[in-house]
Design a protein around this ligand. Sequence first.
Ligand code: SER
Length: 875
Amino acid sequence: MKQAQSIRQQFLDFFASKQHKIVPSSPIVNPNDPDLMFTNAGMNQFKDFFLGNQVPSSRRVADTQKCLRVSGKHNDLEEVGIDGYHHTMFEMLGNWSFGDYFKEEAINWAWELLTEVYGLEPDRLYVSIFEGDKAEGLEADEEAAAIWRKWVPEERILRFDKKDNFWEMGATGPCGPCSEIHIDLRSDADRAKVDGGTLVNMDDPEVIEIWNLVFIQFNRMADKSLVELPEKHIDTGMGFERLCLALQGKKSNYETDIFTPFIEMVEKISGKSYQGSYAPEAKVDIAMRVVVDHLRAVSFAIADGQLPSNTGAGYVIRRILRRAVRYYYSFLDVREPLLHRLLPPLADSFKDVFPELDAQRDFIAKIIMEEENAFLRTLADGLRRIDSLEVTDSRIDGKTAFRLYDTFGFPIDLTRLVAAEKGWTVDEKGFEAALDVQRKAGQKDAQKEVGDWTMLNDAEVEFVGYDELSIADVKVNKYRTVKNKKGDQYQIVLNTTPFYAEGGGQVGDQGLLWFGEEKIPVLDTKKENDLFIHIVKKLPAHIDQPVKAEVNAKRRRLTENNHSATHLLHAALREVLGTHVQQKGSKLDDRYLTFDFSHFNKITGEELAQIENIVNQRIRQNIPLEEARRIPIDEARAAGAMMLFGEKYGEEVRMITFDPSYSRELCGGCHVSATGKIGFFKITGESSVAAGVRRIEAITADRAEAFIKSELEELRSIREQLKATKPKDADKKVSSLQEENKKLLKQLEQLQAAQANNLKKELIQQVEQIGGINFVASRLPLNDTKAIKTLAYQLEKELGAAFIVLGAEVKGKPQLMVAISEQLTAEKDLHAGNIVRQLAREIQGGGGGQAFFATAGGKDSAGLDKAIAKAREMI
Ligand code: SER
């Protein structure tokens, strides 16, 4: 049997032999593309080459790309586990032509690779072509059909509509007609009975698509129109796992050697066995497939920097992880974290293609384990809640089901399951309605309408902001409107700009665009697919005139301080804590910096002091910035530059060094010319952001100085109040004050206890015997409700058969308390609550309570004595 490893290698070797450059996969998470959370196709990283925004270094490229189809236009999540060939994370093998070869070569090579190199039987293969679309004004793809006829008989060339054979990445972007290759894996007997052609695109598990050849010719605009691209491109994608299934002669991807080792591990852990069934009731099998699939999605996302969280992409990852937990919890009866145990073999199996798992295996496993633990607790908690539900008509109402789901994170399918076990049902309609209300609210919040670009110039975009902060005579390339809830904004792209666009943790620049005399403030600068977008609140009267672009220099300089300080901090952390420290997040602007990194323990005060010292020493050394603006990535790697997982690096990179033996990182951000400019570095916070991830917050320069100044001011004021003149005096004085305070408190407690005791004795002497009742009524000189209550309880206990009425003025307001021994409440039919209500009238107040104890408050302290007298009358 051909191993998966070698199948992958053969693909790459084949296209290398056709002059393709083999490139690495881009990260699976996509923080810089607002339209796409996760990489969902091999072509994502090449989008700009198709659109002509960037020029590729090679016009022929091939790779294997990590993809995730769990959100947006391509979402397979709910299919996963049910069938044998859908996945959340999968590898897409692809070859690309950027304005180089087109349909002829793409089709010929695909056929050659599949039939000659891999040796698939040609008569098991079917191909599909685009049949055209009148509404879009698109013709049928006869060109592709004609090329296929060289290899495939006419009856195996099938025609499909836009849904199947016009590929689009998302709502907008490069797209075009496509031609798919499907394979019929059925037995000869079955094939003789039913023609495979009738099963293509029919969700038959044995007749499946393996390769998609897309002929990229158009750009889908925001207004839904198609615009012809200046050049034609090829984008192909072949599902690696499905290819392995076909070549290894299996019936399902889960039977290939990509998955079998993991299924075996899950069998061992759960003590259940995998039967390979796809029947809907084969829950154990479904659960095992879900677990081994989701493990990959979650692990790769974390490896590329996306931690599970409560929002955005992080939430998608959390949901995938929880789906896996739900399945093993419900169907494999596993109650302990399971996924994280599969991480080491997973990292081993990908060591050669995707080393990011191996390099961070402990970190990833720890994050996964903590998430699993937290969700297992949620599940246990939810079960307890359901157990204690009081339901009417054996039915959990929709609101309750929604609350379990929304507030307590308990999934609806589990609610259903538990309900069924109890013989209950769930009000599904009510649940859906509640969910709908929430969904609609969410959509409203997120509503944002991005218009199409208005083009003025088509010049290349150049960023000059490393060297200049102000530049005259630039031109607007294009602009567009963005409508959202907060009002309209406009986005402007210049041909040349000094504005740094938010990236690498650094905020986008602010500043001004001068259109002649009219100045337009730039609120923020963002990058979208390598375009620098200046965000403004209004457009100038005349946008087609020369512009002067001026960055807010003060804000930028302060930001540079914080960016360079972040590099110094990163190096210091690795020096003090160890080289396991990896950047997991960074945010910085003109005010402060935060830096997240992998580390398992809280950082001690001593370590923090050490880290701060190192950074400040480096600042005082005034180390000059060494900037290599464009060097080949291999050269940077050889120079030992720090690279981050999950970051998409080009072939040429920018390397920032502050002392080659101290700090060297790949970075596109803005830095000080020498570290002395940072002035001073002060850590202001250390905390945990997730399991295994710590955060340091720090400030620099003026703000750090101001911080120290205000701390010193506070110290000075404390010293003054303590009359501590010599250093260290304040410390001693505070200690002795605290000692003294403790002693005084103790004395006070003793005195109060003695006072209460005396009071109690006095009151006992005042007891009146009235008709077998021990009656006490008194106004007390106590100022504390709790003390009065305690006294009432003690009196009642000592006297027995007691009727006690106590009054006092607490914080200027009259209070009454009535305590009656239980036996009296029954025998004499007395109710303290009713009595206190009557008495309260005398103090212009109200109250109530139980039969044996009740309290009241009022407004008129003068009435206290009257109230007490009234109690006596009553008795
Ligand atoms: N973009 C196409 C797909 O994802 C081919 O790579 O199917």
